[in-house]
Design a protein around this ligand. Structure first.
Ligand SMILES: Cc1cc2nc3c(=O)[nH]c(=O)nc-3n(C[C@H](O)[C@H](O)[C@H](O)COP(=O)(O)OP(=O)(O)OC[C@H]3O[C@@H](n4cnc5c(N)ncnc54)[C@H](O)[C@@H]3O)c2cc1C
Length: 396
C-alpha cells in the first residue's frame, strides 16, 4: 500500500530474493513511482524531466510481474484477514500486507495560509515550478532540508527569496553546529533574505510575520516537515506512535503486516527516519523478513542534501556529547566534522567531501577505534586508518 520508493524497493528485493508469487502495489498518485529528492532540486530547476526521475522504467513493472494499481487510494485494511478496500469500492486480499504510505507535507495554520504551496509530490513540484519565474517574490517558511533546497533552486531561477524560520540555526540538532552554520550562511551569501520568525498571516501579495514585519510575496511555500500517513494503520488497530511501530524486521504489531519507509518507526528508537536511503533499507529488511532470511547487519544511517551547488552528506548521528573533530574547513565550504565518543566515530557530516563520509560509514559499521588527532590530520589516509585499525587504538 503506497507506490513510492519504499514499495518499489520492496518489490525489487523480494524478486531478487527469489519470491515468485504475486505482487500488487496500490498507489493513490496517478503516475508510476518517482524519486522525490529531485523535486526540490533538478526537477524543480527544470534540468530533469519526469522520465529521468522515475524509480524504474515503466516496462520494469510488467517485466517483474508486478500488478500496479495506480490512482486509487486504499481506504481500509483488515489486519486479521488481509483484506484491503480501495476508495472505488473494490477489494482484494493478500497473505502479507506492507504499509508504505509515506507522509504528506505539513501545512501552515496561520490565517490565509491555505494559499501556501507545499512540496511533496510531482504535482506539487510542477505547480511550484510554474510559479518560480524570474523576479517572483517568494517567501519560504521553514529552513530545514526542503525549504532550504527550494530557496536555492528559486534563487537559481531568478526569484527574490525570503526564508523564514523561528530557529536561530536550522538543522543544528541534526547536523551539529559547525555544519549547520556553514550551510545556513549560504542563504545570505546567495542573496536570500533570512528572517528569524514565523508566519503570522498570509494575505494576497504579502505575508505578516510574528516579528511584525510585512514581507511582499507573490507566492508562499511551506517547508515545515511531513505528517506520516498513519491513518490506515491506526484504523486497523496497529500500534502507532509518530509512525507505525515496527521491529528491526519491519513487522508491525499485527502478524503479517509490515511497515516501511517514511511511515515506519522502529520501536524504541527516538526518531522516525525520513530519508531516501532509509526507504530502501527498510524495504530490504522487510523483504528479508517476509522471505524468512536472517536480517542484515545494522549499517550507519546516511542522507544527503544539495543546495547552491554544495553537496552535503551525513552518516551516523550527531551527538552533542561527542567530540566534534574537524577535517578540512567546513566553514569555507569543503570539509567534514567527525563526531567521536569513547574512542569511536558515531557520526560525520561533510560538505563536498563524500569520501570522508564513506570512510566514516565504515568506521561506524565496523566499530573501529579512532583517534581524534588522526582524523583531523589531512595527511592521514582514512582508508589506511580502516585497514590499520590496531595501530590507531588509543595508546596504540
Ligand atoms: C522534495 C523532497 C526532497 C527530498 N530530498 C531528499 C534528499 O535530498 N535526501 C534524502 O535522503 N531524502 C530526501 N527526501 C526524502 C525521500 O524522498 C523520502 O524519504 C522517500 O520518498 C520515502 O519513500 P516512501 O516510499 O516511504 O514514501 P513516499 O515517497 O511518500 O511514497 C508513499 C506513497 O504512498 C502514497 N499513499 C499515501 N496514502 C495512500 C493510500 N491511502 N493509498 C494509496 N497510496 C497512498 C503516497 O501518495 C505516495 O505516493 C526528499 C523528499 C522530498 C519530498
Amino acid at each position: 500500500m503506497g507506490a513510492g520508493l519504499a514499495a518499489v524497493s520492496l518489490c525489487a528485493s523480494l524478486r531478487a530474493g527469489g519470491y515468485t508469487g504475486r505482487l500488487t502495489v496500490l498507489g493513490d498518485e496517478p503516475c508510476h513511482p518517482y524519486d522525490r529528492p529531485p523535486l526540490s532540486k533538478q526537477f524543480l530547476a527544470g534540468d530533469r524531466g519526469i522520465a529521468e526521475i522515475a524509480v524504474q522504467p515503466a516496462q520494469w513493472y510488467p517485466d517483474q510481474g508486478i500488478d500496479m494499481r495506480l490512482g486509487i487510494p486504499v481506504a481500509a485494511l483488515d489486519a486479521d484477514t488481509g483484506r484491503v478496500e480501495l476508495a472505488d469500492g473494490s477489494a482484494l486480499a493478500a497473505d502479507v500486507l506492507v504499509l508504505a504510505t509515506g507522509g504528506r507535507a505539513r501545512r501552515l495554520t496561520a490565517p490565509g495560509s491555505q494559499a501556501a504551496m507545499v512540496l511533496r509530490t510531482r504535482a506539487d513540484a510542477e505547480a511550484l515550478r510554474a510559479r518560480l519565474v524570474p523576479g517572483a517574490r517568494v517567501l519560504i517558511a521553514g529552513a530545514g532540508l526542503i525549504g532550504a533546497e527550494v530557496a536555492a533552486t528559486a534563487t537559481h531561477r531568478g526569484c527574490h527569496v525570503t526564508l523564514v524560520d523561528p530557529n536561530p540555526l536550522p538543522m543544528e540538532q541534526v547536523l551539529g553546529p559547525q555544519a549547520a552554520r556553514a550551510l545556513h550562511a549560504q542563504h545570505a551569501a546567495h542573496g536570500v533574505t533570512v528572517i528569524r520568525g514565523g508566519v503570522f498571516a498570509v494575505e494576497p501579495g504579502k505575508v505578516t510575520l510574528s516579528t511584525g514585519d510585512s514581507v511582499p510575496a507573490d507566492l508562499v511555500m511551506a517547508g515545515i516537515g511531513i505528517v506520516p500517513n498513519v491513518e490506515l494503520a491506526q484504523d486497523a488497530g496497529l500500534d502507532v506512535d509518530n509512525g507505525v511501530l515496527v521491529d528491526a524486521g519491519m513487522r508491525s504489531s499485527a502478524p503479517g503486516v509490515y511497515a516501511i519507509g517514511d511511515i515506519a518507526r522502529v520501536d524504541g528508537s527516538a526518531h522516525r527516519s525520513e530519508h531516501w536511503d532509509n526507504a530502501r533499507r527498510t524495504a530490504d529488511a522487510a523483504a528479508r523478513s517476509i522471505l524468512g532470511l536472517p536480517p542484515e547487519a545494522w549499517r550507519a544511517p546516511w542522507f544527503w542534501t544539495d543546495r547552491y551547488g554544495t553537496h552535503l552528506e551525513m552518516t551516523g548521528l550527531y551527538d552533542p556529547a561527542a567530540e566534534a573533530v574537524p577535517r578540512g574547513d567546513i566553514a569555507a565550504g569543503a570539509g567534514s566534522v567527525f563526531y567521536v565518543r569513547d574512542g569511536r566515530c558515531v557520526g560525520a557530516v561533510s560538505l563536498d567531501r563524500p569520501l570522508d563520509i564513506r570512510a566514516a560509514q565504515r568506521m561506524i559499521d565496523r566499530d573501529v577505534p579512532v583517534r581524534a588527532e588522526r582524523l583531523a590530520d589531512e595527511g592521514t589516509d582514512l582508508r589506511k586508518l580502516l585497514t590499520n585499525i590496531r595501530s590507531d587504538a588509543p595508546g596504540g
